[in-house]
Design a protein around this ligand. Sequence first.
Ligand code: SF4
Ligand code: SF4
Length: 425
Amino acid sequence: MKTLPESLPAREGDNLDDANKCMKCGFCMYNCPIYKVDHIESHVARGRNVLIRQANEKTIPTDAEYAERLSYCLLCGRCAAICPAKVQSPDINVAARTDVVNRKGLSLPKRVIYRGILKNRKLMANLLGAAAIVPGVSTKDGKPLRHMADFTSVFTKGLSLPKLSKPFLSSLLPAKTSPPQGVKIKGQVAIFPGCAFEFFFADIGEGIAQVLAKAGYEVVYIKDLTCCGLAVRSAGDLKTAQQMAKHNIQKLAKFDRIITGCATCGSALKDYGKWFGDKDPFKKQAQEFSAKVSDFSEFLAKEGIKSKAAEPVVVTYHDPCHMKWHQGISSQPRELLRSIEGVKFVEMEGADDCCGLGGAFTLAHRDISLAIQDKKMQNIKNTGAQIVVTSCPGCLIQLKDGVRRNKLPVKVMHISELMRGTEDK
Ligand code: SF4
Ligand code: SF4
């Protein structure tokens, strides 16, 4: 039976033969957000593992239909986390996608986006900067923009993207943010903002640095980092993802602690060590880098910082899949929220159910994404919370879109926003 060549997917366990480890118990079916909506066996880990095994054995072709079936997965990681046989089905899926890309190549638009734009922060900034002057993109009228401009709505299928930040984070955040006067300096951290905080939520990116500074850390911000590479990696373009990882690792090599407020970036950065094969000389450096990465909540929960809300407020929390299922972080953000004076924390049913975004999934399979989003909105509504907090800009986009679509009187906030708007005791 064929295993992937050395140059292909390099994660430990990224081996198409791992699909054979599935014992077909079906436990994943009742936990998969997609299967819960569409009940199609080939869209859940058990069924897809059979497909991947058949493709690996060459009894089915690795054609466009096969690639399409592989795309019916949010890569949320829930099936892997609960699988009694510890089958890493999302990783096997990414390995299979990589196999397809290596055999068939990428489409021209994907080549341009992954290898041209996402990899090149300056080019991305210039393109988005140009988009920001298109009428309607940067208006401050308070209405949700239906995408970066009306003409782009066809590409986002109704998903309301946030406004582009004015200015971008690179013009907002200094190279160093020092703790306020009177706060004892505990050390230095570097932040990894990621594309979303860089271009769409720059104010939140700035707030993340300020909260870390309030906790006693000098916060270093390096401007020429690139995308974390997860979207590219998930689409099967491992080579480009490795180039992005190398760039970021080299830029941040001298720091002992790297903090990110983005759950998706955090899961990628912590996984960089697994993006390189055992024989790759860069693997050790990547593993050492990954060990230095912490999520914002994970890092701050240990700090015991005290804060209070501007006014009493009822808050609930949505677990990003990249936090709970990929990084095993769920208690820390709750601890932080419960510690804020004036916050009444209420747990929502299905708090760790996916919001339905899944990166490009929401664009490829909008109907399923919206069905998953609707369930999340109902659960939020049932709590009676005024604010739903989360830890990932991707979830922020999806939850804000859901709140708008469902006309819920609920604010959607990143956890740092609530902490930034508080005062030290
Ligand atoms: S839970 Fe694991 S072993 Fe069971 S069917 Fe799903 S992937 Fe296979
Ligand atoms: S990663 Fe998530 S969406 Fe994909 S099969 Fe597993 S549970 Fe379903």
